[in-house]
Design a protein around this ligand. Structure first.
Ligand code: PEP
Ligand code: MN
Length: 366
């Protein structure tokens, strides 16, 4: 199996066998021989790209979406690799995918977020890799479960894979957010701290879900100490068969890498990065508040049924004590928490009054 340090035009290899910084780039999906050749030539000429990425089996949310060209696309990747001289990476989710990808000369395999969430699938892949030396990267599972992520990595270590990397691609967001997947940087950094032999890179394309966030998230990842990036790059993003919103053109990607790694490059505004993260947090807070108010209305109905008062001072003192205690452990001032929660409580009582009012209106007319 070719090692990263055999190609001069890419970054320096370190002892893990991965180059540094570890840059993986290419289209979300392999769509045609022309698309792959075009993007591979562009990426090769940029010079910093360690692996061309392209998905050939796509784990799609809806059954009627484009699911990849499979083995046909592996043939294109093999040819492009020979013609351009760039190693390629693809996603595997089953034992069969592993055999096929190896047969067509894949240089790096990655396990996608949905697959990592399923230990049976990860074990199947690991078992198929026993006795093979190929670098493998493991995306984070959909939920921020560090143990599950580490478990997948362990399964690969146990079959003897030496070069293992991890990809922080963000976590499922169930509330509205500017990002497609929430970046929980500390989870990736924790994985790195606990596993110093593992290269941990970030995938700003799947975190952001929008090309306009990719540079900002990349800058953040690199400044936090991530070891590299996996970025989706497509010759014509608007025509992409999957993830059209989040792919960069090769020209945009070239500029982004210069900005990130050239000391004279233009750095994205840290303020803008942080403000986008604050926007995401604010949307989470608003979502949590609306959920809380909805539960309070439910409580009001139960109180009416039981003939209880809306205002229950003892219960409120208990709640306040608990949140102030929890918040102080997390570095929040008690005065601030008291003010905030008293205000939430007032709104909640008002909401409960309205709910009960509505209920008595309903009884009046029924
Ligand atoms: C991908 O890399 O195209 C992909 C499907 O990513 P994820 O597993 O992170 O959703
Ligand atoms: Mn994608």
């Amino acid at each position: 199996m070719k090692r990263m340090n055999e190609k001069g035009s890419r970054g320096e290899a370190d002892k893990s066998g991965f180059c540094s910084p570890l840059i993986v780039a290419g289209p979300c999906s392999a769509e045609s021989p022309e698309q792959l050749l075009n993007v591979a030539q562009e990426l090769k000429s940029i010079g910093k790209v360690c692996y061309l990425r392209a998905g050939v089996w796509k784990p799609r949310t809806s059954p009627n979406s484009f699911e990849g060209h499979g083995i046909e696309a592996l043939k294109w990747l093999k040819e492009v690799k020979q013609e351009v001289g760039i190693p390629f990476a693809t996603e595997v989710a089953t034992e069969k995918h592993v055999y096929e990808a190896l047969k067509y000369g894949a240089d790096l395999l990655w396990i996608g977020a949905r697959t990592v969430s399923n230990p049976f699938a990860v074990q199947e892949i690991a078992s198929a890799l026993r006795g093979v030396q190929i670098p493998v990267m493991v995306k984070n599972p959909l939920s921020p479960d560090l143990k599950l992520w580490e478990g997948a990595i362990k399964r690969l270590q146990m079959v003897g894979i030496n070069d293992i990397g991890a990809i922080h691609r963000g976590f499922t967001t169930w509330h509205s957010s500017p990002f497609r997947n929430s970046p929980l940087w500390e989870v990736g950094l924790q994985l790195k701290a606990l596993n110093p032999n593992i290269k941990v890179i970030s995938d700003p394309s799947h975190i952001g879900g929008d090309w306009k966030y990719v540079e900002l998230l990349s800058n953040r990842a690199i400044s936090l100490g991530f070891d590299g990036l996996m970025v989706e790059v497509h010759p014509s993003p608007g025509d992409a068969l999957s993830d059209a919103n989040q792919q960069l053109t090769p020209a945009q990607f070239r500029v982004m890498l210069k900005n990130l790694f050239d000391p004279n490059g233009f750095k994205t505004d840290l303020m803008l990065e942080l403000r986008t993260e604050i926007d995401a947090m604010d949307e989470l807070l608003v979502w949590a508040l609306s959920q809380r108010m909805a539960i309070a209305s439910e409580i009001a109905r139960v109180k009416v049924k039981r003939g209880q008062n809306i205002v229950q001072p003892d219960r409120w003192q208990e709640v306040l004590k608990r949140v102030v205690g929890k918040g102080s452990e997390m570095g929040l001032r008690s005065e601030f928490l008291k003010k905030l929660f008293n205000s939430i409580h007032r709104e909640s009582l008002q909401q409960q009054e309205v709910t009960i009012g509505e209920k008595s209106e309903m009884t009046k007319f029924s």
